[in-house]
Design a protein around this ligand. Structure first.
Ligand code: 3B9
Length: 346
């Protein structure tokens, strides 16, 4: 017999179904850009879940879509120590510097580095954050801070539709158990950045210098309703967990990105598995010349990563920089350079 306070199992099951349907619809709408549920139907299900949670508060779980916006403003942002430090990328400004990076890695970890190959990714120019999930449920979100200590901005990150409140099992990839941290970049699409600045000019408010500053500023708001009003997106690119826990279900950076996507985390669209550094050079040039101008988000280069996690661990990091990854920087974005020049001259 169920106790008077516990909701009947049927209602708990209905609430779970609604959470699942609403989160999948949200993922299809915001991340895959191919909604299968009509807005009116989404709203009807959302209201049904809100009603269920109002009648049975124990059904109001942290991964419920009704809990994305609405936490009360905080006085100041509490601090969060990252489980594993968030590293910062060293820079290679030329193909020669990229080759020198590879030489050092080969000297340290042997020919396996070349034989195993690389994963090349877009270097998203946004605000780095770390998302802590426990048994697949988002429990903490924090800014990078100094790499070791960041600021807790969980209520703000929960307003970003790209960030799943619960990680899903899909096409044969099981949902993760235990604790893990997903690192990625919060960014503001150019199109929405311009739109927002235009509105700020009309409202007599100061405009943001660039999308990265706008994203970082939105993330550090004390009132999540302000964050919710800013058009923020997210791309994931790293997963870590404390060394003593069971290893993660992937062995390479490439498989890591595929797993993130399977869990429902958006991953930047252009990326390439490269067998040689020459392939990396060619891909990065192609991105700089032909892809960058078409993207609706800021990138400041490509990131090259030694693919096997075993070799990443062997190479380790020095001075907070991984030896197993490096940024191949592009020429600064003309618009940003011009703006900075104007600011300087005033
Ligand atoms: C590589 C890393 C610095 C993140 N990774 C980490 O911070 C990190 C930190 C400890 C780790 O611990 C290890 C676990 C196993 C093996 C080796 C290290 C692993 C990753 C980074 C930083 C910025 C990036 C960016 N703007 N765009 C893309 N596309 N990728 C980026 N990648």
């Amino acid at each position: 017999a169920s106790s008077p306070t516990a909701p009947p199992a049927a209602l708990a099951a209905r609430a779970a179904t609604l959470r699942e349907q609403l989160e999948r619809a949200s993922h299809e709408y915001y991340v895959l850009d191919r909604p299968s549920l009509a807005d009116a139907e989404y709203d009807r299900l959302f209201r049904e879940l809100q009603t269920l949670e109002a009648e049975h508060p124990s059904l109001r779980t942290p991964d419920s879509p009704t809990q994305r916006v609405g936490a009360e403003p905080q006085s100041a942002l509490p601090k969060h120590q990252h489980l594993v430090p968030m590293l910062s990328l060293g820079n290679a400004f030329s193909d020669e510097e990229l080759t020198a990076w590879e030489e050092r890695a080969v000297r340290l970890a042997g020919e396996d580095v070349r034989r195993a190959g690389y994963t090349a990714e877009l270097k998203i120019d946004g605000a780095a954050v770390s998302l802590t999930y426990e048994d697949g449920v988002l429990v903490t979100g924090a800014t990078r801070g100094n790499g070791t200590i960041g600021e807790v901005v969980t209520p703000n990150l929960r307003t970003i539709r790209d960030i799943p409140l619960r990680l899903h099992a899909t096409n044969g990839v099981p949902a993760p158990t235990g604790v893990l941290e997903i690192r990625g970049e919060v960014y503001m699409p150019f199109s929405r950045f311009e739109q927002m600045n235009e509105a700020r000019v009309q409202a007599g408010e100061p405009v943001f210098a660039n999308p990265r500053n706008a994203a970082a500023g939105a993330l550090r708001q004390l009132d999540p309703r302000i964050t919710a009003s800013r058009p923020l997106r997210f791309f994931g690119y790293s997963v870590v967990r404390p060394a003593h826990l069971a290893p993660l279900p992937f062995r390479t950076q490439w498989e890591l990105l595929e797993t993130l996507a399977a869990w429902g985390i958006p991953v930047a669209p252009s990326r390439k598995r490269c067998d040689t550094l020459d392939e990396v050079h060619a891909w990065a040039s192609e991105i700089e010349r032909n892809v960058r101008a078409q993207l609706d988000f800021a990138i400041d280069g490509a990131v090259v990563k030694v693919d096997p996690l075993r070799l990443q661990a062997e190479l380790g990091d020095v001075g907070r920089e991984p030896r197993w990854a490096v940024a191949r920087k592009f020429a600064p974005d003309i618009a940003e350079t011009t703006l900075t020049a104007i600011e300087v001259n005033i």
